[in-house]
Design a protein around this ligand. Sequence first.
Ligand code: TXA
Ligand code: MG
Length: 340
Amino acid sequence: MVAAGLDGRGTLLLDDDHVSLKRAAAIIKAGGLVAFPTETVYGLGAAATNDEAIKKIFHAKGRPQDNPLIVHIASRDQLTLVTNQLPAEAGPLMDHFWPGPLSLVLPRAASIPPLVSAGLNTVAVRMPDHPVALDLIRLAGLPLAAPSANRSGRPSPTSFKHVLQDLAGRIDAVIRSKACVLGVESTVLDLTGSRPVILRPGGVTREALETALGRSVPLVGQRYRGAPPPSPGMKYRHYSPRAPLLLVTGPEERRKGFIAAYCAHCRRQGLKVAYLNRYISGPGLQSCAADRIAALLYRALRAIDTADVDLILAEEIDTAGIGLAVMNRLRKAALRTIKV
Ligand code: TXA
Ligand code: MG
């Protein structure tokens, strides 16, 4: 039976059983938009080969047209629709990390409309490690272009409820499934230059890439003045919660001391302060494993948004492993960084 209902604003809620996914696939084949779960965050999917459907993604998200989308495939056979040239490192990386949170930037094939890649002659592609995502792509019978299913500038959604907070009434359907396990987006690795470079740290760690490739893999700088950034997404201050976020960096003891004093000061001024750590792990961000912080980060930022606070305080974490992706998101969400 197809379990479906409307959310009240015209977006269809579909369950994640096979029959419901067939209905979702039909919507995609007809040029519609369906939000679906992946192991990283929810994606907003459309047929990657359909120019009109791609336009709808940019419109629904309010996304700048110069920020390209990631194409999702369910099998390597579908690669021929996406790219016609595989750099030497591509095969071994796919063997090692797919399905999984690694998006590879490759030369773009003509069957992918330029709009998907914001006019670039490259395209980012990944095979998600999620049974629902893979089934949906297989049933649709074509690759799906899918950015994160949030309004542009909001934290990425890690549950279908987050998708509805941002996009109810703006998209055709959302698949009701469990919360996303990783909680931060895929690593974007560019294979079109003289050596592989990380454009966005994410679910596959830099260390794991370096081990697999047997060489160092640079993370391209996040600050670009003048020259166009290698990944257009870099120039936007993504992942912004509604209240200003201050990121406190420096030795742990000094951070804690500063935060205690600052919170007391704000309270005296009548300001409501949210301490991000408490929303994730209780007393200290450091005391919590980085993968747990990653999994709960966006959910915490959204919870703080609804708590209607004046200010958010966050602490830096170690950049080993998935910590690099967490710090990248915190820096982008932050209005200011305070070094103590
Ligand atoms: O985990 C993820 O990657 C999720 C799920 C849904 O797969 N998707 C996601 O998409 O995070 P989005 O659109 O929010 O982020 C895509 C990032 C952007 O920073 C964009 O600039 C970069 O990938 N990107 C996409 N295509 C690119 C290309 N051809 N060259 C350089 N960067 C590209
Ligand atoms: Mg996004």
